[in-house]
Write a protein that binds this ligand. Structure first.
Ligand code: ZN
Length: 426
């Protein structure tokens, strides 16, 4: 047995039966210096890291390796000989050498249809600092989807109009879905008409709380396709207002939070993103309600935020778009799904080039260039901006110019007559 002494760390290893017992004083073991041969105890029943043929833990075909071990040969599992890092501490440096094309500015002027400027619209200084960031990214127009209505909307509109950048911002109107019941629709339509008169150019972002948590006046859950809401959707069609709607959240947020859940880290970090079955409707139930809503109002134009949460299943999203010509979709916060399937995504973006809008969601200027790089380059295996969304790498999908123009601004302009329509490239 090879017992190594390194610094103050001593490892005593006993092989007992089929198991490995490591005692450390003090814990944990320090990593060996670079270039040093791997030392330490033999890695348990599997032998010294050369495959340990026949000496690992044997499993049957179709079985999984026991926790703490990995399959080193077909049906043979072995535990690492060093304490494995947690997923937050494992940060391997890629040794891949390949072409890199960082894209700080979009190739064509972009409209961010999923803007959350929030407080930045409450002062001229806020607007100016936001516009400076947008200039550095070639985002020409930001659409505020902050669900504003009444006085709050009016104040934001006044602030923007008092700046030299008044044509760089447009605002969507919110709808208050609390207390839906008799008389609700008339009031909601009145408010919407007033908001449009004030300058709102569409409706949104209708938040995920519609469906997930908002209750009706009678105490039942307000379903997304509740007939009491029908008049407001018809009003949106009559007023020629696109409806920007976010429904539910990624599918995995509704699943058990075990080690097979690909959003485990995010769900562990953010407790409010967990939707356990005993407290929330299921993902499929919400998708069905939303898709029925789209179908029930063919004259109302809907923009499903976050690629309708079907970006991980482009065939399903294709089917939705094929069946419902009144629906477009927006790419905010699902870049991790687009960039992990570059061939299928490219094909999808080309086929549905008239149905896709650019949007970023959370306003973090340093994150937009990741979108440009995925959409515009052929780069391979590059970092995403949030490890907790995606522990994998992204690939560029290299969209043709004509598709980029539609995605970045032409589709948004067509869908939303209230946006500044002049001065865009042909
Ligand atoms: Zn949003």
């Amino acid at each position: 047995m090879n017992v190594s002494v390194r610094g103050a760390v001593m490892l005593f290893v006993c092989l007992t039966g089929g198991g490995l017992i490591a005692q450390q004083t003090p814990a944990p073991a320090a990593p060996p210096p670079a270039g040093a041969p791997a030392q330490g105890p033999p890695p348990g029943p599997g032998g010294p890291g050369r495959g340990g043929r026949g000496r690992g833990i044997q499993i049957q075909e179709g079985e999984e390796c026991p926790p703490g071990t990995t399959e080193v040969r077909p049906r043979t599992c072995q535990a690492p000989s060093m304490p494995p890092p947690s997923i937050v501490d494992y940060r391997p440096r890629s040794t891949l050498v390949t072409a890199e094309h960082k894209v700080p500015k979009a190739k064509f002027p972009a409209i961010d249809y999923h803007g959350h400027p929030g407080q930045l619209l409450s002062s001229a200084d806020g607007v100016a600092s936001m516009i400076a960031s947008l200039d550095s990214l070639n985002v020409r127009l930001i659409v505020s989807a902050d669900n504003m209505s009444g006085e709050r909307l009016q104040r934001a509109l006044d602030t923007v109009r008092g700046t030299p950048d008044k044509d760089r911002v447009r605002i969507l109107a919110g709808i208050d879905f609390r207390n839906v019941g008799p008389g609700w629709a008339e009031k909601a339509i009145q408010q919407l008409e007033a908001d449009v008169k004030a300058g709102a150019v569409g409706v949104g972002e209708i938040s995920k709380s519609l469906g997930l948590s908002i209750m009706k006046a009678d105490g039942t859950r307000l379903k997304i396709d509740d007939p009491d809401l029908d008049p407001i959707w018809d009003a949106c069609a009559r007023l020629n207002l696109p409806v920007f709607i976010h429904t539910a959240d990624p599918q995995e947020f509704f699943e058990p939070i075990d080690y097979t859940n690909e959003r485990w880290l995010e769900l562990s970090l953010f407790a409010e993103r967990r939707y356990p079955a005993d407290r929330f409707p299921r993902f499929e139930e919400l998708m069905a309600e939303r898709d029925r809503l789209f179908k029930k109002h063919p004259k109302t134009r809907f923009v499903a935020a976050h690629m309708a949460w079907y970006a991980n299943d482009l065939a399903r999203l294709s089917k939705l778009l094929d069946e419902l010509p009144n629906v477009s979709t927006e790419v905010g916060a699902v870049l991790y799904d687009i960039g992990r399937q570059p061939r299928a995504a490219r094909e999808f973006f080309i086929k549905y080039q008239d149905r896709l809008l650019f949007g970023k969601d959370s306003f973090q200027p340093e994150e937009y260039p990741y979108y440009w790089r995925v959409f515009e380059t052929t780069d391979e295996y590059f970092d995403y901006y949030r490890d907790y969304h995606a522990f994998w790498k992204l690939y560029g999908i290299d969209l043709p110019d004509q598709v980029l123009k539609k995605l970045y601004y032409q589709n948004a302009l067509k869908l939303t007559p209230g946006l500044p329509q002049t001065g865009w490239p042909k």
